[in-house]
Design a protein around this ligand. Structure first.
Ligand SMILES: Nc1ncnc2c1ncn2[C@@H]1O[C@H](COP(=O)(O)OP(=O)(O)OP(=O)(O)O)[C@@H](O)[C@H]1O
Ligand SMILES: N[C@@H](CC(=O)O)C(=O)O
Length: 609
């Protein structure tokens, strides 16, 4: 007998027929002798409808207190969607002779931080669930919602919170962790995790398994099949997880996590954000300043480096204040400097200047908990600034932030970061992410994701001195704005550009916050662009092969797609492109890495529309 959590997404419970199909699957699982806890989303597109309803009767909140008041009511409204599903599914089970009980987040006591519309789960009380299971019932729980803790008493209040869109996956995994379930099965409308979104590339291929790190990157990059925070909890608590179709009996995709969970059940989503810090002194930085901004430049450069077997590590391309030109900077191992310099200079790409700096080090912090927590990057930059250390280059991924600094600042930087985050130092190698089980037969690129929900902000003429990146980020952290793909490229001028992407919904708020401080902090224009998308490749085995980024850039160049920003990490390369070319970008990249299968994936919920 196993204890199983099954989560059914909106598409799986979209109407009465689907609810009956789900009922039958639950019953079959119970009849096999298992105990089952079910977590559900709102039916179909109910949540979208509720959001639209709210917008139709209210105005945009202006002040912070208006925003807070509206967000509280928004949570009360949105939480009703999931309650419809739990009650009807439980009734359907009872009618089929299966004892069941429906519970909302506050009845279970899914206790969250007191933040409306984006609360994080603090803990889930397992007692009531276990009691009902003991009585032979299926427990049907509303996902996406909880009850806020009362900061004054430290006890649960009566305030309803929601976890942010897509949050029911997170509810399911948190509940699985709390009741120590044997597995958490996520049922959706696709057969599992695919190499990309089958709605854009129908011949996307199924992955039998994927590592938590790969999944985290993909999920944060727009593969909405899993909420990134759910993967974070699964990884921290060692929850076994799989993604399957509620239309099929196929096994689906297993999310593997080699680590034994070390999380604290009393602070499920808010335990340690940063797991370790590492420093790599074997780095040389090459920067090409003011090269023409047109398709094919990055491709030519990195193809030529790859052809010589040069192992490029970080690649950063930032936006430039001058129209039509870009800066590209990258790092490579020390012993490849001469060759890389010859290759780069020989290409004559039209850069106004090529600079080489052999006295640099890369300091990185890593941790799955930093996703969606803007404060972590700011804290890192502040720690470096307080130690008087200048950051030359920044590149971020969802779970890692890397800064290039002067090699002579290395030990002071490590000490500052250790103090700020109370984390151990790992050797550079040990800090690498987990790789897939069978490196030999696993492709370097496992998935391609597209995030169309992003806008880009570039802050120009940022004085090149310690503390600037931290101060800029702090403005956004104060507004609770999450940013990603932070890119700062180094120029030889005494000013830098810092660019990053934010959710489109946060763009106006971010722009206002940054413009307010331009004169105080001494930076130049703040430019915003909502017409961009981010396309990314992810693969845990990417670090074992050179030329992967170059291959991606070439695919884009061949399709005449201009790359406007680049950021890389060990297991990911992200490019910002024009939004109208985004789907094409995803398709050509998927094709260039030969990721397509031999048949089209059916998405039943999409067929119905
Ligand atoms: N790499 C990927 N693998 C699988 N599906 C993907 C991928 N990238 C994007 N998707 C999309 O994710 C969709 C499933 O997520 P979706 O949020 O719609 O599920 P759901 O089961 O209705 O859950 P919920 O209502 O809780 O959000 C698929 O229909 C697919 O279009
Ligand atoms: N119903 C919520 C939560 C979820 O489905 O995961 C949403 O649409 O975002």
């Amino acid at each position: 007998m196993a204890l199983i959590v099954q989560k059914y997404g909106g598409s799986s419970v979209a109407d009465a027929d689907r609810i009956k199909a789900v009922r039958d699957r639950i019953k079959r699982t119970v009849d096999l002798g298992n105990q089952v806890v079910v977590v559900v989303s709102a039916m179909g597109k109910t949540t979208d409808g509720l959001v639209a309803l709210a917008e139709s009767v209210s105005t945009t909140a202006q002040t912070l207190s208006e925003i807070a008041a509206k967000e509280r009511e928004m949570d009360l409204l949105l939480a009703t969607g999931e309650q419809v599903t739990i009650a009807t599914l439980s009734m359907a089970l009872q009618a089929a002779g299966q004892p069941a009980i429906a519970m909302n987040g506050s009845q279970v006591r899914v206790v969250t931080e007191p933040n409306h519309t984006r609360a994080r789960i603090l803990y889930v009380e397992p007692e009531r669930i276990k009691t009902e299971l003991g009585l032979g019932k299926v427990v049907v729980i509303a996902g996406f919602q909880g009850v806020a803790i009362d900061p004054a008493t430290g006890l649960p209040s009566t305030e309803i919170t929601t976890l942010g869109r897509g949050g029911s996956d997170t509810s399911a995994v948190a509940i699985a962790a709390a009741i120590e379930a044997d597995i958490c099965e996520i049922y959706t409308d696709v057969p599992g995790i695919l190499t990309t979104d089958p709605r854009i590339v129908p011949k996307a291929q199924m992955l039998a398994e994927i590592t938590c790190d790969e999944m985290l990157e993909l999920a944060s990059l727009g593969a909405k099949v899993l909420h990134p925070r759910s993967v974070e909890i699964a990884r921290n608590f060692g929850v076994k997880m799989c993604v399957r179709s509620s239309w099929l009996d196929d096994a689906g995709t297993v999310i593997t996590s080699p680590r034994i969970g070390t999380g604290n059940l009393q602070s499920l989503e808010v335990s340690r954000f940063v797991e370790n810090v590492s420093i790599d002194y074997d780095q040389v930085k090459i920067a090409l300043l003011q090269i023409p901004d047109h398709p094919g430049i990055a491709s030519q450069l990195f193809q030529s480096l790859a052809a010589q077997g040069i192992n490029v590590d970080l690649i950063i391309q930032a936006v430039q204040e001058t129209e039509g030109v870009n800066d590209i900077a990258f790092t490579i191992p020390q012993n490849q400097l001469k060759l890389a310099e010859v290759v780069t200079r020989g290409l004559e790409l039209g850069a106004s200047l090529i600079t080489v700096d052999a006295n640099v080090a890369k300091i990185s912090i890593m941790g799955v908990g930093m996703i969606g927590r803007p404060g972590v990057a700011a804290q890192m930059f502040t720690a470096l600034a307080e130690a008087g250390i200048n950051i030359q280059m920044i590149s971020t991924s969802e779970i890692k932030i890397s800064c290039v600094i002067a090699a002579s600042d290395g030990s002071a930087a490590i000490a500052a970061i250790q103090k700020a985050f109370d984390v151990p130092v790992s050797s550079h190698q040990a800090c690498e992410m987990e790789t897939t089980a069978s490196i030999a037969d696993s492709l370097p690129v496992r998935g391609v994701a597209l995030d169309r929900n992003r806008a880009r902000i570039a802050v120009q003429k940022v004085p090149d001195r310690p503390g600037m990146a931290a101060k800029i980020l702090e403005q956004l952290v104060e507004q609770n704005i999450s940013l990603d793909m932070i890119v700062q490229s180094q120029s030889d001028r005494d000013v830098n550009e810092i660019a990053f992407t934010v959710a489109i919904a946060d763009l106006a708020k971010a722009e206002t916050a940054l413009k307010q401080y331009a004169s105080v902090l001494g930076y130049g224009e703040v430019s915003c662009d909502a017409e961009i998308s981010k396309v990314s490749i992810v693969g845990a085995n990417m670090i074992h092969q050179s030329g992967i980024a170059a291959q991606m850039f070439s695919a884009l160049a061949d399709a005449n797609i201009n790359i406007e920003m680049i950021a890389t990490s060990e297991i990911k390369v992200s490019c910002v492109v024009r939004d109208h070319q985004a789907e094409q970008a995803l398709k050509v990249i998927h094709q260039t890495f030969n990721l397509a299968g031999d048949h089209a994936i059916e998405v039943p919920s999409a067929l119905k529309k």
